[in-house]
Design a protein around this ligand. Sequence first.
Ligand code: PHE
Length: 299
Amino acid sequence: MGEANNSVKSVVSSYLQERHSELHQAELSQRLATETADITLPVRLGPQGEGRIHPVSQVFDEVTEIFADMGFSVAEGPDIETDDLNFTKLNIPPEHPARQDHDTFYMRPRPDGTRLVLRTHTSPVQIRTMLKQKPPIRIIAPGRVYRCDSDQTHTPMFHQIEGLVIDEATHMGHLKWTLEEFCKAFFEVDEVKMRFRASHFPFTEPSAEVDVGAEAIGRPGQWLEILGCGMVHPNVIRNCGLDPEKYQGFAFGMGLDRITMLKYGIPDLRAFFSADMRWLKHFGFLPFDVPTLAGGTAS
Ligand code: PHE
């Protein structure tokens, strides 16, 4: 009986299997016939596709990536700063005329008579870093800065990126090389025409201002100032408790908004901060575009 049962069972199950695969095939053909995808349709990003990254945020990321490649780390400081860190420790004592150049926003005096300020530059982050970190130091410090000034090329709030390198051997040649490499990477060109003009800052000696040849951005024959820099003044190093006989290095402070305008051909600075959605749609970046050294074309 067992043998007979088994042979019946195998006949029945082979019929079942055959029918099952027929039905399966039929279902599959039907699905294939109805489920067509038109791959020529554009991709719909949905609500995520609506937002835009502000050009300044994009450039912060690009600059950070370039300097990270050269071994710099990112440091930060507060927007509301003490007078001491914004000025005095940077070799700008009270009554120094350089204070007038800064168009400072002062807070109301505190009970002890001192006044906090909205930082006028990112240079106090140099001091904060040297006070808490032993050399070798290699940092950049991006952030907002404030000056009581407003016209076509100045806004009361703007952005800077500070750089600081302190060790026992860094010299002006390293400064030049670093800035040249930065400009080549940032403007995505093999050669950048750069001009170092002698200048003066109380916290660097010697000091220079740097212009770049504007041909890289389609304005032949013109120069554009993008940063101030120099060798950190011995007084500043001493003010941070380090021995200026032993340690030396360079610092620079670059205008972020300025290099953003240059790279992406944005004509008016004030539009950066007007929160105009049409402007942001035009000059902003898609959130899914990860900033890279090679990428970064305005959408
Ligand atoms: N802090 C200067 C400014 O805002 C720029 C600067 C930074 C110059 C570091 C030299 C060194 O104008």
